[in-house]
Design a protein around this ligand. Structure first.
Ligand code: COI
Length: 355
């Protein structure tokens, strides 16, 4: 159990218009910080005014990308209360990321306590308009000033919050996805399963390429053969072909998304067959040509459930479900958002109240 000291902001920023939040543009009044020192462990948990960090220019995070992060949300329910969605899963994933990145981790209960404490302090910032939420960004950085390449002896775990609307400007309308066949996101033994900034930095070149071609995001193929579908830049990806829903297995190169695992649970609960076998992109394009590619959607904390209307691979374009959101995609969206925003009973016990 953390002993958190409070030194909250004395002045409050003006709250943005809830209809124009966008994603990750506005930040709340306070942030959570805890320090980690080799030989001492975690110490000095505090909630302090949101402000620029004072960091040594030689801090290892700035040179060797020694950092990890998480993404989660706090939701305003119809009765005005606030809830989190499976926060323990984010805490567990961060522990797995940090092991791979030689970063220290907070125990699951301390991670959840820190998130709860900050969201409670920032309760006024949790928006209530349809589709909005408070995005929570916990992250760990290596702060030791040192240019030799080795694990850092000092770190900070920080949480900031941002009131958000839809991740994509298109909202729930289908996005267009470009299948990357040149660059690689992840290889076996690499960091593909982690949530580390470097994975996202290395993906940008493809995102820029996708944008130039008029596509919103990149769908990555496996790094060895460029044959099997893995994940989209900020989402896991699902394909419904001939009644079965396929998604890439989490075998080290794919991020184990909390929304991904929740969708798999819901689909199985509804008796819809789900396959986590590796799926070749060629099979998806063939299914499209034969009219068997029924639905494609992405899942993620930021993106929620995002229908995909178009896939472009090696110059060939697959149009999915006439550019309309599919039936299963819609049901998943309604159920998941219903549970997250407290509009539907949480039979699976996934939500955790904050206040
Ligand atoms: C999330 O869905 O929370 C993510 O972390 C995606 C992101 C990089 C915006």
């Amino acid at each position: 159990m953390l002993d958190i000291k409070y030194n909250l902001a004395k002045t409050h920023k003006e709250k943005p218009d809830q209809g124009k939040l966008g994603f990750g543009v506005y930040f709340t009044d306070n942030m959570f910080i805890i320090d980690h020192t080799e030989g001492i462990g975690w110490h000095d948990a505090r909630i302090v005014p949101y402000a620029p960090l004072s960091i040594d220019p030689a801090a290892m995070v700035l040179h060797y990308a020694m950092e990890s992060f998480e993404g989660m949300k706090a939701y305003r329910t119809p009765d005005g209360s606030i809830q989190l969605f499976r926060p323990d899963k984010n805490a567990e994933r961060m522990i797995n990321t940090n092991k791979r990145m030689c970063l220290p981790s907070l125990p699951v209960e301390d991670f959840v306590q820190a998130v709860q404490a900050l969201v409670k302090a920032e309760a006024d910032w949790v928006p209530s308009q349809e589709g909005t939420s408070l995005y929570i960004r916990p992250f760990v950085i290596a702060t030791e000033p040192h240019l030799g390449v080795r694990p850092s002896k000092t770190h900070q775990f920080i949480i900031i919050c941002s009131p958000v609307g839809a991740y994509y400007e298109s909202g729930i309308n289908p996005v267009k996805i470009f299948v990357e066949d040149e660059y690689t996101r992840a290889c076996p033994g690499g960091t593909g399963f982690t949530k580390c900034g470097g994975n996202y930095a290395a993906s940008l070149i493809s995102q820029v390429k996708a944008h130039e071609l008029g596509y919103e995001q990149t769908l990555w193929l496996d790094g060895v053969e460029h044959k099997y579908v893995e994940e989209v830049g900020s989402m896991n990806c699902f394909f419904k072909i001939g009644g079965t829903v396929y998604t890439a297995p989490c075998v080290g190169t794919v991020l184990p998304g909390v929304t991904r695992m929740s969708c798999i649970d819901l689909l199985r609960h509804w008796g819809i067959p789900v396959s986590e076998e590796r799926l070749p992109i060629a099979d998806i394009m063939k299914a499209s040509r034969e009219g068997k590619l029924e639905e494609v959607f992405g899942t993620g904390t930021a993106a929620v459930i995002s229908p995909v209307g178009e896939l472009r691979y090696e110059g060939e374009v697959a149009h999915i479900n006439g550019g309309k959101i599919g039936e299963v995609t819609h049901k998943l969206y309604d159920t998941l958002t219903g549970i997250q925003w407290g509009k539907q009973p949480d039979e699976l016990g996934w939500t955790v109240k904050v206040n």
